[in-house]
Design a protein around this ligand. Structure first.
Ligand code: PEP
Length: 252
């Protein structure tokens, strides 16, 4: 069966002190859950990764980064490479988040390079896709998501897809308090799985984890996660409170 995962994207939040405390609380609460097959990941800011790598129990909580450079190394002021992240103990990298796409103008060529570097350095990939409100209103959300996957993900081999998780994040639901309905989430997740099936076949499609992201919280997580094609969540705001975040993990 495919892996079910709840991943927290902290974005540009928390001081090193607050972030360390949050990581410690999450780690403890996850430990208290006992044996669970739900994968838990946290993605703190770059500056916290080395410290937090030593705080969390890496058997229970996976350390993720929110981004990486599109180049291997060299004169790229301010960038952090995939190999640097790997050496810090990072297990997974989020690529293609809508905030990176819109504020930092990351296009498909850049995203493709990042995707390749994450996998080259033996980390897992959490690849985000999703439409903006205007595209949903026009009814073209499937075309948009298909294009995003075809442009930056579907060049990978079936073996490489093993290390990829897809996060469907309708942009209109991110940080807005407006969640996709369970039906809307299921419909898109089933569509994404059908695209993976067409490209890679049944077995890859069945084993690909597809996460939902967008104003997911303890009060709506169970309803979203009860859908057959929703394999967990990528959580923003609610990942900043250990109880809420672990509450979402518990809602499976
Ligand atoms: C996100 O940015 O990935 C996200 C899902 O944010 P939020 O949960 O705050 O909507």
């Amino acid at each position: 069966m495919r892996k079910r995962i709840v991943a927290g994207n902290w974005k540009m939040n928390t001081s090193i002190e607050d972030g360390s405390k949050l990581a410690e609380e999450v780690s403890k609460l996850v430990l208290d859950l006992g044996n669970t097959d739900i994968g838990v990941a946290i993605a703190p800011p770059f500056t916290h990764l080395a410290t937090i790598a030593n705080i969390i129990d890496s058997e229970k909580v996976c350390l993720a980064a929110q981004n990486c450079a599109s180049e291997e190394s060299g004169a790229y002021t301010g960038e952090v490479s995939a190999s640097m992240l790997k050496k810090l103990g990072v297990d997974a990298v989020i690529i293609g988040h809508s905030e990176r796409r819109s504020y930092f103008k990351e296009d498909h060529a850049t995203l493709t390079k990042k995707v390749n570097l994450v996998l080259k350095h033996n980390m897992k990939l959490i690849f985000c896709c999703g439409e903006v409100l205007d595209e949903r209103d026009q009814g073209i959300q499937n075309d948009i998501v298909k294009k995003q996957l075809e442009e930056s993900l579907f060049h990978l081999s079936a073996e490489e897809m093993d290390n990829c998780r897809i996060a469907y994040e309708p942009v209109w639901a991110i940080g807005t308090g407006r969640t996709a309905s369970p039906e809307q989430a299921q419909e898109m997740h089933a569509f994404i799985r059908s695209l993976v099936k067409t490209k890679y076949g049944d077995s890859v499609a069945e084993s690909t984890t597809i996460l939902y992201g967008g104003s997911c919280k303890p009060s709506n997580a169970s309803e979203l996660f009860s859908n057959p094609d929703v394999d967990g969540g990528l959580i923003g705001g609610a990942a900043l409170k250990a109880d809420d975040f672990v509450g979402i993990v518990k809602s499976f």
